[in-house]
Design a binder for this molecule. Structure first.
Ligand code: HDE
Length: 754
């Protein structure tokens, strides 16, 4: 009987994988049948557990490990088994009464397999559902040792960390490059227990009091009737809320700025937002704000680019982070603190340190570096690590305490609370990614998913039956002791008077941005409000903008086709600015940037190869883009074809000549004949180059490249278009421009914005 070609191919794969081509010996089962699909395959060796994936550290009352094997990971042995460890002979067919007969209820393997599948999903996070994580290490400089006794901030201390970056609004499967705030949450597995720094990439928040959190999130999430739009703030309920609730103005402004569309998680700042209280060994306290400063600088996408990526590569940020780590371009951030004296009023230079809608400009309190974070390993399993990690602002270690910021108070309640639902019970601290790297000896017992085997009879204190164990520690043994602050006050539902100022810092922000950043801000407001249907919402937002700056308000009003309202009072004449708030105008390392090199058979492949090597030598990633896959000229591997490449993937694009239309390009045969050479440029390359030009990206080329640029509508004399005869010299000039991220000089902003 002739075998079906597909079945024959699968059988061949099975034979190859098993290396035997015959059924494995199973005791009691005659091994007479020919090789077939049912044959067991050899699974690969299980991965070794990571150092932070030890089993739960359970300790006996005397402090000895219980001896229960804790290091088992889910995959052991070579054979497929049931959850009970029974080896399986077949997982492809249900147990039936004959090949065409009914499935039998007794099929316990079918039931177990489908039952588990039915329960594979857990609820996504109510906010920050979409994220990406990485492991790393934090090395302390010791510079904070004079203000905190936290061991992980002592000189030379090295601490394992896990970081999860996220968007706020979208569902778990939403796109990465939406306009939104980004989460930047870090778990430090310190020797004194876990410390979580659960921050964002924006230093302020929408609300001053946590009781408003459900309101802002209900307003920003998709409309409850149609559940649209996904992962967007460009809709009526969001703008309705933030225009009525003007304490949200500053955070909204950051979202509308380029900070709302980062180029990469690796190129974002991080902020603890609230003011925290540090305590030194003598009990002296200091107020601080936490900052993460990326070594690669702060960079953003352009809005059109972000939208295209949303469709072309919704996993853009996730992929970028994982690829960078895999290639050895480990992202790094310096942790820094702004330090303020712990005065009774908790104010600094007139700024209320308990108001999370305010920053303290870095020019008033510089950010002092205290250590270096390096992300150096990708998670092995997204669900086990990135999805199940549970951060909490209340995970504090000795030397770090909270303040009375009412926004922080709600968070101190919320994180544990939400995790009980999300992780189904109170024992999520035992999930490997959440386990402390310090010995655990708590008196928490039982509950859903309890996986520790506790010993002893007295999980209570005081006890005599377990010899009084576990014992209380004093400060000398590293106990966490709250700062003994005096607390007094009337019981009221009120905010302090200082919280009423909603506009002075938005004005500071506007004044501090460069003209091109102001232009982006204007475009973002105009885009978002144009997506609203309600006229009243647009008009009310224009009133808010009028309070910030008349030019901002006029420009947005003009885009909406509406009159610009007047501010309630004339703008102050001399306003301060904070240059640190602008993200452009400096040069940064180009490590890990992606350079697209477009080439075809007409290109000088020797030059292309040399440029490719030079890109690698500069710590960047070269991707060769050619008409079709495989090898170009038999020697150069092609990573992208004209059909699979899109400009948004590249930080800069170089043309090794002028690629003629590939035969698979729609309209290729109609492409306008270019010049004397008689060949037009491939329309996909023209689109790529045209987009990169509009997104202010560096472009370069040699050979006939100039003709290709001109045919693509890119002026060869435009700023940031590098042309020459020597490919490597073109690359050198292009890299020098890339250090400034984008060629903003290409499109000078309107005079009003300067
Ligand atoms: Fe969160 N936030 N948040 N948040 N938040 C959550 O906790 C909450 C706030 C932040 O990668 C939730 O486990 C309240 C500020 C990050 O797993 C939830 C308030 C900042 C993450 C929650 C805030 C953040 C969360 C949802 C107002 C920056 C993702 C799932 C009082 C400083 C962490 C979860 C991760 C996640 C509550 C405001 C950062 C519901 C009530 C301000 C980075 O507990």
């Amino acid at each position: 009987e002739k075998s079906h070609p597909i079945k024959a191919a699968v059988d061949k794969v099975v034979d190859t994988v098993s290396g035997r081509g015959e059924r494995a010996e199973i005791p009691g089962v005659p091994n007479s049948e020919p090789p077939s699909l049912e044959q067991p395959t050899e699974p690969r060796e299980p991965l070794p557990p990571k150092p932070d994936q030890r089993g739960p550290d359970t300790f006996s009352p005397t402090g000895q490990p219980t001896g229960v094997p804790q290091d088992k990971v889910a995959q052991e042995g070579a054979y497929l088994t049931t959850a009970q460890g029974v080896r399986l002979r077949d997982t492809d067919h249900s147990l039936k009464a004959g090949p065409r007969g009914p499935v039998l209820l007794q099929d316990h393997h079918l039931r177990e397999k489908v039952m588990h599948f039915d329960h594979e999903r857990i609820p996504e996070r109510v906010v920050h559902a979409r994220g990406a994580g990485a492991h790393g290490v934090f090395r302390s400089y010791g510079t904070a040792a004079n203000v905190t006794r936290a061991g992980f901030l002592a000189e030379g201390a090295e601490t394992a960390v896990f970081v999860r970056f996220s968007t706020v609004l979208g569902s778990r499967g939403s796109a990465d490059t939406v306009r939104d705030t980004r989460g930047f949450a870090t778990k430090f597995y310190t020797g004194e227990g876990v410390f979580d720094l659960v921050g964002n990439n924006i230093p302020v928040f929408f609300i001053q009091d946590g009781i408003k959190f459900p309101d802002i999130i209900h307003a920003a999430k998709p409309h409850p009737d149609r559940e649209i739009p996904q992962a967007q703030s460009a809709h009526d309920t969001f703008w309705d809320f933030v225009s009525l609730h003007t304490e949200a103005t500053f955070h909204t402004m950051w979202n509308m700025s380029d900070r709302g569309i980062p180029r990469s998680y690796r190129m974002m700042e991080g902020f603890g937002v609230h003011t925290f209280r540090l305590v030194d060994a003598q009990g002296k306290t200091t107020l601080v704000k936490w900052h993460w400063k990326p070594k690669l600088g702060v960079h953003s996408l352009t809005w059109e680019e972000a939208q295209i990526i949303g469709g072309v590569d919704p996993d853009f940020h996730r992929r970028d982070l994982a690829d960078a780590i895999e290639s050895g371009a480990f992202p790094e951030w310096e942790l820094g603190i702004q330090i303020f004296p712990d005065t009774p009023d908790q104010m600094f230079e007139g700024i209320d340190l308990l108001d999370s809608t305010k920053i303290v400009p870095e020019e008033l309190a510089s950010v002092q570096p205290v250590g270096l974070l390096t992300l150096n390993a990708n998670p092995s399993n997204f669900f086990a690590e990135t999805e199940q990690v549970a951060f909490h602002t209340g995970h504090l270690v000795p030397g770090i305490d909270v303040t009375d910021d009412p926004l922080l108070a709600a968070r101190l309640f919320s994180y544990l609370d939400t995790q009980i639902t999300r992780l189904a019970g109170p024992n999520f601290a035992q999930i490997p990614i959440n386990r402390p790297h310090a010995p655990v000896n708590d008196m928490l017992r039982d509950g859903f998913h309890q996986s520790a085997v506790h010993r002893g009879v007295a999980p209570y204190k005081p006890n005599s039956l377990d010899g009084g164990c576990p014992f209380h520690a004093g400060a000398a043994e590293g106990a966490y002791v709250e700062v003994p602050l005096e607390v007094a006050g009337r019981k009221v539902r009120e905010a302090p008077a200082s919280y009423a100022d909603h506009f002075s810092q938005p004005r500071l922000f506007w004044r501090s941005l460069s003209p091109v950043e102001r232009e982006h801000l204007v475009s973002a407001y105009t885009f978002e409000l144009s997506k609203c249907y309600e006229q009243a919402v647009k008009e009310r937002t224009l009133h808010v903008l009028a309070e910030i700056d008349p030019v901002l308000c006029e420009q947005v009003a003009d885009g909406l086709g509406l009159p610009a309202p007047q501010p309630s009072q004339p703008p102050a004449a001399h306003l301060p600015s904070s240059p640190a708030l602008s993200q452009v105008g400096r040069e940064w390392p180009v490590d890990g940037r992606i350079i697209g090199i477009v080439a075809d058979d007409s290109s000088d492949l020797g030059v292309v190869g040399a440029v490719r090597q030079a890109v690698l030598g500069a710590g960047m990633t070269p991707l060769i883009i050619a008409p079709k896959g495989g090898m170009l000229g038999g020697s150069l591997a092609v990573q992208r074809t004209f059909a699979t490449a899109r400009s948004v993937e590249f930080d800069a694009i170089l043309l090794a000549g002028a690629p003629v239309p590939g035969k698979d390009a729609y309209g290729a045969r109609d492409a306008k004949a270019g010049d004397a050479a008689g060949a037009g440029v491939d329309p996909r390359v023209a689109l790529m180059v045209g987009e990169a030009y509009r997104h202010a990206k560096v472009l370069g080329g040699w050979g006939a490249a100039e003709r290709a640029f001109v045919q693509a509508g890119v002026p060869a004399s435009a700023a940031g278009v590098v042309l020459g005869d020597d490919g490597e010299a073109v690359l050198r000039d292009a890299v020098a421009l890339l250090a400034r991220h984008r060629v903003w000089d290409r499109f000078p902003p309107a005079a009003e914005l300067t």
